[in-house]
Design a protein around this ligand. Structure first.
Ligand code: HEC
Length: 138
């Protein structure tokens, strides 16, 4: 009788452990599913969520944002001879040609610099603002 009790007890413990493992697995799985869903949710054109995306993307990007994503790669290090960010010596000769020339070269490209840098979707005004940001205070 005692042996039977012990076996029953062991089974109860085992069952409890198993249940908690299964419950935990369920929670982990739910977490994974919700994370995958957050990344994988798709907005179809015409849906409200897609409209929200379009509106957000259509707003002008800040000069700092455009610089960081589209210009910094070359202009912080001076790669390929790019005039460096706010380094007066790199810019004085170029500034002598006038701001409009700088704007136009940034928009259309010059030498090793591609048109609009790494921001082909940037508007003329966004590129100009990034130029202003790069030479601010010089
Ligand atoms: C792939 C590297 C690269 C990226 C990215 C890049 N540039 Fe340049 N940039 C250059 C190089 C190289 C020059 C020098 C070109 C020359 O004088 O022949 C230059 C020159 C310039 C000049 C001076 C033009 C002149 O008339 O002398 C401006 C202004 C400029 N870049 C603005 C920008 C802006 C704004 C961005 C970001 C939207 C940007 N660049 C992204 C490489 C880059």
């Amino acid at each position: 009788m005692n042996k039977l009790k012990m076996i029953a007890c062991a089974i109860t413990v085992l069952a409890t452990t198993l249940t908690s493992v299964v419950l935990q697995a369920g929670t982990v799985e739910d977490g994974i599913v919700s994370r995958i869903h957050a990344v994988g949710s798709v907005c179809i054109q015409g849906e409200d969520c897609a409209k929200a995306l379009t509106v957000a993307a259509a707003g002008p990007r800040s000069a700092e944002d455009v610089y960081n994503k589209g210009c910094l790669a070359c202009h912080s290090s001076g790669a390929a001879g790019a005039p460096k960010f706010r380094v007066a010596a790199d810019w004085t000769g170029r500034l002598a040609s006038g701001l409009d020339v700088l704007y136009s070269n940034a928009i259309n490209g010059k030498g090793a610099m591609p048109a609009r840098g790494l921001c082909p979707s940037c508007s003329d005004d966004e590129v100009k603002a990034a130029v202003d940001y790069m030479i601010e205070g010089l």
